[in-house]
Design a protein around this ligand. Structure first.
Ligand SMILES: CC(C)(COP(=O)(O)OP(=O)(O)OC[C@H]1O[C@@H](n2cnc3c(N)ncnc32)[C@H](O)[C@@H]1OP(=O)(O)O)[C@@H](O)C(=O)NCCC(=O)NCCS
Length: 212
């Protein structure tokens, strides 16, 4: 597999360097509670009450869950169960975790927040994921809304993201929140899949536009 795309010169390797030295925590494993192992939680789609979902910034104790869910939903694209916890460890990101019944059910990571910030005003939604048995109940939307709020409060003016070209559910979520496909990136992931770069402007004027 080539060192292209996300894992190549301009990809994850370089990104990680930007996110400071990774400080790996203890290599313990998250034991998914039964709530995550059920094939079907019994709740009809879209019936989760938003009031039953709590959001907060991630803590060290959430690291195992982030690793567990990353492995579950991103494994086909590459070693994201390693990469995403490293982003979290970097301290240069904002990580939000969603909870239901006190159990983590999803997370989203925005970064990097070093070097280029706030000069460029651009940040990247590095990952967003919801436990598969809890998807399609609005949790991804809640995470997205919180990430947008965090970005605005940090003065971020543009958010970009990469997602697999064939990941239509994710693209629909992003489009719902105003992200637009800007570019296709061939062979972006270590698994060989193509990606699309999507972007959303949070501000009318982005620094480079000021000089147009
Ligand atoms: C993408 C993801 C985070 C969405 O989370 P979610 O909790 O299911 O999202 P929501 O229930 O808030 O749905 C929001 C919108 O996303 C779209 N969507 C979500 N799942 C969808 C699906 N299976 N099919 C079609 N559209 C879907 C819809 O437009 C939906 O809006 P609607 O309910 O008004 O139709 C979730 O599917 C997931 O974790 N996927 C695996 C990880 C991933 O691919 N992450 C994105 C790349 S980083």
């Amino acid at each position: 597999m080539g060192k292209r795309g996300r894992f190549g010169k301009y990809g994850e390797v370089k990104r990680l360097a930007r996110l400071r030295e990774a400080k790996l925590g203890p290599r313990t494993f998250y034991n998914a509670p039964d709530i995550h192992k059920r094939k079907n939680s019994g709740l009809p789609r879209h019936k989760t009450l938003v009031e039953s979902v709590a959001l907060r910034k991630a803590r060290e104790e959430d690291r195992q869950f982030i690793r567990y869910l990353s492995k579950k939903v991103f494994r086909e694209y590459g070693p994201y169960d390693i990469t995403i916890p490293r982003w979290f460890d970097s301290g240069a990101v904002v990580t939000i975790v969603a909870f239901m019944e006190s159990l983590p059910v999803g997370f989203a990571i925005l970064g990097p927040l070093v070097s280029k910030m706030p000069i460029s005003g651009e940040s990247e939604l590095l990952a967003i994921a919801v436990e598969p048995t809890r998807q399609r109940r609005g949790i991804g939307s809640l995470l997205m809304e919180r990430i947008l709020d965090e970005a605005k409060s940090l003065g971020i003016r543009r958010i970009s993201l990469h997602t697999a070209q064939r990941n239509i559910p994710a693209q629909r979520l992003f489009k719902k929140y105003g992200f637009v496909i800007k570019e296709k990136k061939t062979n972006f992931y270590v698994g060989g899949q193509d990606a699309v770069l999507m972007r959303k402007e949070l501000s009318d004027t982005f620094p480079e536009d000021v000089f147009d």
